[in-house]
Design a protein around this ligand. Structure first.
Ligand code: NAP
Length: 276
């Protein structure tokens, strides 16, 4: 088994994830795994970094596929006895003018952004070594969508006692409500991406609390963040930040020094803790 530190970035064949891997290759003292659901696209991305003189390793990972997540888990367990840095970056968004029915957009978006990210956490968090870092890439849209929720929902999503099961129930209810076209009446905002990212931010707050309760002595720091508005296939060419600039906050959180006791359980953008 290797004692080399190891970092894993989900959805990193392009966009912000690719830029996070690039930065980690330069700054992380260990093995850096670029992961992708499509092996061809992943290996092309590794080759592109190779041309820049950077050495990333590759492992397949489709966060929608539990078998794929578990294959990565078993690989990390066997080869490294765990992992040191996990960046949950993979995500999807329908374009604003997409005509796919809203209920379908809700189900598909939450499947990857919330349930997929949660499944990766369920399988990989127990493997994170002491002093490890976990970064869940959420979005400022989670904050604005929270503002668009009913008072009752806002209270639940800001609660310091909400459980993961309760959060899953709420995310499932959103999907069901969209199918019955009652989501607005039930206090939800009209954004599937926004609700999926509320899920990611609240999940991060819950996970950080669980680490405090169950693994206090392990000094693991776990946060959600927004990369900013970044020029990628998702956000388009008009966005203000380059992918390398978008990677800055996630990489800052992934490389917090071992004597840092925070941020932890926070929502961070531009390297600054934001009020949730
Ligand atoms: P992007 O260019 O569309 O890249 C998304 C990445 O996620 C791609 O590598 C994609 O792989 C991967 N992915 C999608 N579904 C996956 C799955 N089921 N399993 C594994 N990988 C999957 O988007 P981006 O702008 O870099 O976004 C990265 C993250 O930042 C997302 O979580 C996004 O919500 C968040 N974010 C972005 C912005 C922005 O302005 N760009 C702002 C706030 C937050 P494929 O190539 O195979 O599709």
């Amino acid at each position: 088994m290797s004692n080399v530190p190891v970092a894993v970035v989900t959805g990193s064949n392009k966009g912000i994830g690719f830029a996070i891997v690039r930065a980690l290759c330069k700054q992380f003292p260990g093995d850096v795994y670029l992961t992708a659901r499509d092996t061809g696209r992943g290996q092309e991305a590794v080759a592109k970094l190779q041309e820049e003189g950077l050495h990333a390793l590759f492992h397949q990972l489709d966060i929608d596929d539990l078998q794929s997540i578990r294959a990565l888990r078993d690989f990390l367990k066997e080869k490294y006895g765990g992992l040191n840095v996990l960046v949950n970056n993979a995500g999807i968004a329908f374009k604003v003018h997409d005509t796919t029915p809203f209920a379908v957009q809700a189900e598909v978006t939450l499947k990857t952004n919330f349930f997929g990210t949660r499944n990766v956490c369920t399988e990989l968090l127990p493997l994170v070594k002491p002093y490890g870092k976990v970064v869940n890439v959420s979005s400022m849209v989670s904050s604005s969508a929270l503002g668009g929720c009913s008072k009752e929902l806002q209270q639940k999503f800001r609660s310091n006692t909400i459980t993961e099961d309760e959060l899953v129930e709420l995310m499932t209810k959103f999907i069901q409500d969209t199918k019955k076209s009652v989501h607005e009446k039930e206090g939800w905002p009209n954004t599937a991406y926004g609700v999926s990212k509320i899920g990611v931010t609240v999940l991060s707050r819950i996970q950080a609390r669980m680490l405090n309760e169950k693994r206090k002595g392990d000094h693991i720091l776990l946060n959600a963040c927004c990369p900013g508005w970044v020029r990628t296939d998702m956000a388009g060419p008009k966005a203000t930040k380059s992918p390398d600039e978008g990677a800055e906050t996630p990489v800052y959180l992934a490389l917090l020094p071992s004597d840092a006791d925070g941020p932890h359980g926070q929502f961070v953008s531009d390297k600054t803790v934001r009020t949730w």
